[in-house]
Ligand binder design. Structure first.
Ligand SMILES: Cc1cc2nc3c(=O)[nH]c(=O)nc-3n(C[C@H](O)[C@H](O)[C@H](O)COP(=O)(O)O)c2cc1C
Length: 201
């Protein structure tokens, strides 16, 4: 089997997205992929969130790690994106990264890749689905092959999100998630790697 290359590209303010991205990365590697884990760099002045310990801690833990660039997408056969939900949509930081990709889009370098996504929101009905749908609209403009999880495995009946994976983020669960979320993240990674491998073959 060709070893698929997967880029996990995410933004996280207070750390839930970082843990989700790490889980997806480990699962994709277990499924046989070569993985690049890349955070989307913070665009806000750290002084503006100095009052928020979780945001500051996540910023300090990730700021010196390699940040995502468009080249990571060009390199990859498949991309798993992650963004928190803000007012029912991806964050401005995530959008700024997507909006930086115009040159690669014009060259057709974002097309014909497998894409999927995860998000988190503070509340259960706080807009996870609209965030994922919003994010997928841009992937249609890329000419991407969107691979949602659907209900392709029993685990999807536990987390209940056929559009991607969504976590209800409550600050007690920054480092450790419930079993349904972990299973859904693992399944998303396996599915993306499997489809990318079949496309490569
Ligand atoms: C400006 C702003 C808008 C938000 N909008 C929503 C929202 O529409 N629905 C919701 O449930 N949570 C909302 N939240 C909460 C975030 O979704 C939550 O903090 C995030 O999922 C945590 O992810 P992170 O730890 O990776 O940053 C909002 C948070 C901020 C700061």
């Amino acid at each position: 089997m060709t070893q698929p290359k997967v880029a996990v590209i995410y933004y996280s303010a207070t750390g839930h997205g970082t843990t989700m991205a790490q889980r997806v990365t480990a699962a994709a590697e277990s499924a046989g992929a070569e993985v690049r884990l890349r955070h989307i760099a913070e665009t806000q002045d750290p002084a503006s969130f100095a009052h928020n310990p979780a945001w500051t801690a996540n910023y300090e833990a990730t700021k010196d790690l390699p940040a995502a660039t468009g080249e990571d997408i060009v390199w990859a056969d498949a991309v798993i994106f992650g963004s928190p939900t803000r007012f029912g949509s991806p964050t401005a930081q995530f959008r700024a990264f997507i909006d930086s990709l115009g040159g690669l889009w014009a060259e057709g370098k974002l097309a014909d890749k497998v894409y999927a996504a995860f998000t988190s929101s503070q509340t259960l009905h706080g807009g996870q689905e609209s965030t994922l749908l919003n994010l997928y609209v841009s992937l249609m403009h890329f000419g991407g092959i969107i691979v949602p999880p659907g209900y392709t495995d029993q685990v999807k009946f536990a987390d209940g999100n056929p559009y991607g994976v969504g976590l209800v983020a409550n600050r007690d669960n920054i480092a450790e998630f419930d079993e349904a979320t972990n299973d859904a993240l693992d399944h998303l990674a396996r599915r993306v790697v499997g489809v990318a491998a079949r496309l490569a073959a």
